[in-house]
Design a protein around this ligand. Structure first.
Ligand code: SAH
Length: 232
């Protein structure tokens, strides 16, 4: 069975979108994964097909209605569906490579894309949604976040990256950022490729990459190395 991604959205035309091209697009064509984009609006009940309403207690914007969203979830992911259900949300657990890897090892994923001010809180619990954030900034909708989550998962699926050692040397995989990369020409605008990379000495090259990774991580993302202060 290919990895099955179900996306619930008010904008199904946004899918596959960028996921239909390049690595992920080839994977779709080859049947390594499959994608269903379900239109939340199809589950609206009134004659205006309304999916949102004003926030209880006042405040700006609109909120996605729990009944409509729950019907959309139940139609595409019945109770016996064991795939994790994610809700894209700036309040959610930050997306990490470790979590992505965990998701890629499963059978698939259900992703709910919010819009407006977000979704009614009751449906989050009622349908067991895990809130996931792609970063500390606010998007206008969950769809670009879903693209990010799926892109990160799909590149790890067996058969997508070909002969590569499944990205083990890449940023975050060893808890570090990746070392700098170079390619020909050997000299460009007066700048040389570091000599060690051209030395053919595999042990020295490996050491250099490790040192560079550590230095870069220390400088840019010390939080990845230093243990978190749990007393705070
Ligand atoms: N009022 C909400 C933001 C709503 S943004 C708040 O302050 O928390 C509208 C939708 O965009 C959200 O429901 C969510 O699905 C999506 N979204 C916005 N920023 C996101 C982020 N950083 N990560 C994941 N999804 C996000």
């Amino acid at each position: 069975m290919p990895f099955l991604a179900t996306v619930l959205t008010l904008y199904p035309d946004m899918f596959p979108g960028p996921l239909g091209l390049s690595m992920a697009g080839r994977g779709l064509q080859d049947g390594i994964w499959s994608l269903q984009a379900c239109d939340i609006r199809k589950h609206a009940a009134d004659k205006h097909a309304s999916v949102d309403d004003t926030p209880a207690g006042g405040g700006p914007g609109m909120v996605l209605k729990p009944d409509v969203l729950a019907r959309a979830i139940d139609a595409s992911s019945p109770q016996e569906d064991t795939r994790p259900r994610l809700l894209m949300s700036p309040r959610g657990r930050p997306l990490t490579q470790e979590f992505v890897r965990q998701l890629a090892e499963g059978d698939g994923v259900v992703i709910v894309c919010g819009r407006f001010e977000g979704v009614d809180e009751r449906v989050i619990k009622g349908r067991n949604l895990t809130e996931v954030s792609v970063g500390d900034y606010v998007l206008s909708g969950g769809e670009p976040a879903a693209h990010i989550v799926l892109d990160a998962i799909v590149r790890l699926l067996p058969g997508i990256m070909g002969n590569r050692t499944s990205g083990n040397e890449e940023s975050f995989e060893q808890g570090l950022l990746e070392h700098p990369q170079y390619t020909r020409p050997r000299e460009w605008e007066g700048l040389e490729i570091p000599a060690v990379l051209l030395s053919g000495d595999h042990a020295s090259i490996a050491r250099w990459k490790r040192e560079q990774s550590e230095k870069l991580t220390m400088k840019r993302r010390p939080d990845l190395i230093q243990p978190k202060d749990t007393n705070k």
